[in-house]
Structure formats: C-alpha cells, structure tokens
Design a protein around this ligand. Structure first.
Ligand SMILES: CC(C)(COP(=O)(O)OP(=O)(O)OC[C@H]1O[C@@H](n2cnc3c(N)ncnc32)[C@H](O)[C@@H]1OP(=O)(O)O)[C@@H](O)C(=O)NCCC(=O)NCCS
Length: 377
C-alpha cells in the first residue's frame, strides 16, 4: 500500500510508549506522567532513572538497592582504561565513549535479551559505567592517570571527583544532578529511535547504546550544546548579538540552541536551566557567556519568534558546564551519561513486544538498465 513520504518521519509514530510525553504547544514535559519541574526539585538523577526504567517512583528500599547496585558497578576493567589510553588525544570524547561502550559488551556478553535479570544488570552497568568512562578519557587524554570511582560518594559527586580529583562543593553536584534529570529522557527522538532500530534486531544493550551514542553526537541533536558555547564565545559581547544573528539568518544559517521539532514555545528544560544558571551565577559569580546568551534569546525572539523558534535544552546547558570547568567537547558525553536512562527505558519497553524495524522506501531509480562493459563506458 503506498504511503505519503514524510521527510525525517516528522510526526510519524515509531512506537507506543508510556515513558515520557511532550506537549510542544504548552511546553510541558513529563516523565512517566510527572512534570520535570517537580522532578528537578524533589528527585535525584538515580531516582528519576528508576522511575523511567521501571515506570514508577521507587520505595525507599527499592531506591537504596538501585543506588547500591549502580554504585557497585562503577568500576571499569583496566583493559577499557588501556583502550582509552590508545585513542588519539585530539579525538572527540563521544567517539571514545562509543568505542568504550561497544567494548563493554565484549566483557559482559549476556546476549540473551529475553533474560530479564540479565537485562537489569546490563542497565545498571551502563548507567554506572558511562560516567567512569567519560571522566577517565577526560583525564587520560591530557596525560593524567584515571581516578577510580569511590563508593562513598554519590553519583554526581563521584563523577566530578573522578574528573578533578577534588571533592566538589554541593552547589556543583546539585547543579549537575538537575542537568542529568533534564537530559535523561525526551520521548521519541533521533538517538532513541536509532537505539530502538538496533534493539529491534535483538542486539545486546551495549550495541543498542553504542548506536544511540552515535546518533546523539550530531550537531542537530546532542552536539548542539557544544556549538552554542562556541557561538556565544564568537559573539563575545551582548552588543554584537544582533549583527551576528542578522548575518547568520541572511546567510540562511541556523542559530544553534534554538528551535525544536516538537516545541513551539520555549523548551521547558531551557526555562529550568536558565533558573539554574541564575542560581549558580549568584553563588559562584556570573559568566560573560550568560549575558551574551540573554541578548541572543531576546534578539532571536524578535527575529524568529514568528516562526515559533525559541531556546531549546542545549541553549543554556553548555553555559552551565562551561562554568563548571568542563571542556566543551565533553558536553555531549554528559548528555549521553543522562540519556542512557531514557534509551534503556525505551529498550525495556520495546522488548515486551518487539518487532523488527523494516520500513519501506519510495524507489526513484531506473529499471532494466543494461550492464555496459567497462571498455564501453
Ligand atoms: C532542531 C531543529 C533541527 C528542528 O528543526 P525542524 O523541525 O526540522 O525545522 P526546520 O529545520 O525544517 O526549520 C523550519 C524553519 O525554521 C527555521 N529554523 C529552525 N531552526 C532554526 C534555527 N535554530 N535558527 C534559525 N532558523 C531556524 C528554518 O530555517 C526553517 O525556516 P524556513 O521555513 O523559512 O525555511 C532545528 O530547529 C535546528 O537545526 N536547530 C539548531 C540545532 C539545535 O539547536 N539542535 C538541538 C535540538 S534539541
């Protein structure tokens, strides 16, 4: 039966899901029915991960067990560290993360995705080990030793400790926790869909997450937060925002961190992150990038508001990570550390009623062409 071709599958449902929901007209995002605004204030990244994976908030004992399981699986094999050491120091950390996650699958080869218990431990390992891999590569590529995780530290504290060898101030761990909650899940999107396509072949979860990491890397998806900070640095001062935007739009170029396929109002995650920026800058001193970002948002409202193009999640997150001292090319790996929760939640969901993805195409080529011998071409 012929179907209309919808570029980018825009608006085509690829799955039935109860993981999260977006109301793009009203700017509402819910995880398992709970608004993100509430989760950011009351929950933690690991509790939110439990909510996403298993469909409900955990009891105290369930949460304790989940946190303990994740905490005890943070270590990575020395061979993974050796693998990271062999990668080029100027390589992109998303490539390093993708390589290391693919390699993880070789150490934990539970291939039977019908085994629920095995799937639980795979999910725990992935959530636990991604931060260790990211922090390890950040240090190794500048010639420092990897710092192993510490079981006495909580998830965000431990990540920042592995990165810097210092115990972070609570303001940094709280900020990171909110950032991770906001990046943990976002309905059907390029990286989730990519993971689900891979998962539909009954590939193991390490391969599923490796696929998703590849899709997340692109500048139209997770890679946008890097480009936002580069753009804000290039603009330099608020006064230069308007001429910069006008020039870009005249050249038909996109402004990074603005616009969204679903949101036709300001992305609620951008609103929360802007609040986080303000709190952080009150406590730790402002960032010149923030002043530029405010002006870019204001001018973009005038120039692009008619097209309903407003800041998305990537607009303010990079400014926060920059203030935390995280290198620009590590912004997307931080996104992956959080989004692995959403990828795995959709994977769990799909496994219950899996069907191999095998879409159709509209063939526009020729038929019955003769094979021309090479000497006659
Ligand atoms: C995210 C994105 C790919 C979604 O776009 P989409 O739904 O596919 O919309 P389109 O790319 O078809 O754009 C629709 C119109 O809005 C314009 N537009 C969309 N995003 C824009 C942006 N960031 N800057 C300037 N114009 C933009 C397009 O030029 C187009 O204009 P036209 O109709 O006059 O040709 C797009 O907004 C974008 O590239 N944003 C920048 C990258 C980014 O921040 N990505 C992170 C997403 S969370």
């Amino acid at each position: 039966m012929p179907h209309d071709f919808l570029p980018g599958l825009a608006g085509v449902p690829a799955a039935k899901s109860a993981v999260s929901d977006v109301d793009g007209q009203r700017g509402i995002l819910e995880y398992r029915g709970i608004r993100i605004e509430e989760l950011c204030v009351k929950s933690s990244f690991l509790e939110t991960t439990h909510l996403l994976l298993f469909g409900r908030l955990p009891t105290k004992s369930e949460l304790d067990r989940f946190v303990e399981d994740v905490t005890h699986h943070r270590r990575i094999k020395y061979r993974i560290v050796d693998l990271l050491k062999c990668l080029p120091e100027h390589g992109h950390p998303m490539d390093a993360l993708q390589a290391a996650v693919a390699a993880l699958g070789m150490f934990y080869p539970g291939r039977n995705v019908k085994d629920i218990d095995n799937n639980y431990w795979s999910a725990v390992r992935l959530i636990a080990k991604l931060p260790t891999i990211v922090a390890a590569y950040a240090r190794l590529r500048r010639g420092d030793e990897q710092i192993p995780p510490r079981d006495d530290l909580d998830f965000c504290e431990d990540f920042l400790y592995m990165l810097t060898e210092k115990l972070p101030e609570p303001v940094w761990t709280e900020t990171l926790d909110v950032c991770l909650i906001l990046h943990a899940e976002h309905t059907m999107n390029a990286s989730t869909f990519t993971g689900l396509v891979t998962a539909s072949t009954l590939a193991d979860p390490y391969t599923v997450v490796t696929s998703s990491i590849g899709a997340l890397k692109g500048p139209l998806h997770g890679g946008a937060n890097e480009e936002v900070v580069q753009m804000l640095r290039e603009i330099g001062t608020p006064a230069r925002a308007r001429p910069y935007l006008e020039r870009k739009l005249k050249d038909k170029q996109k402004i990074m961190g603005l616009g969204h396929r679903v949101y036709k109002v300001k992305d609620p995650r951008a609103t929360i992150l802007q609040g986080v920026c303000e709190r952080l800058f009150r406590e730790c001193g402002t960032s010149p990038l923030y002043e530029v970002a405010l002006e870019v948002e204001r001018v973009a409202g005038e120039l692009l508001g008619e097209k309903k193009i407003y800041p998305n999640v990537d607009f303010y997150s990079g400014i926060i990570y920059d203030k935390m001292g995280i290198e620009v090319d590590f912004f997307t790996p931080l996104f992956a550390m959080a989004r692995v929760a959403g990828w795995l939640a959709h994977w769990f969901e799909q496994l219950r009623e899996n069907k191999l993805f095998r879409p159709d195409q509209i063939y526009e080529g020729e038929h019955n062409r003769p094979y021309v011998p090479i000497e006659k071409r």
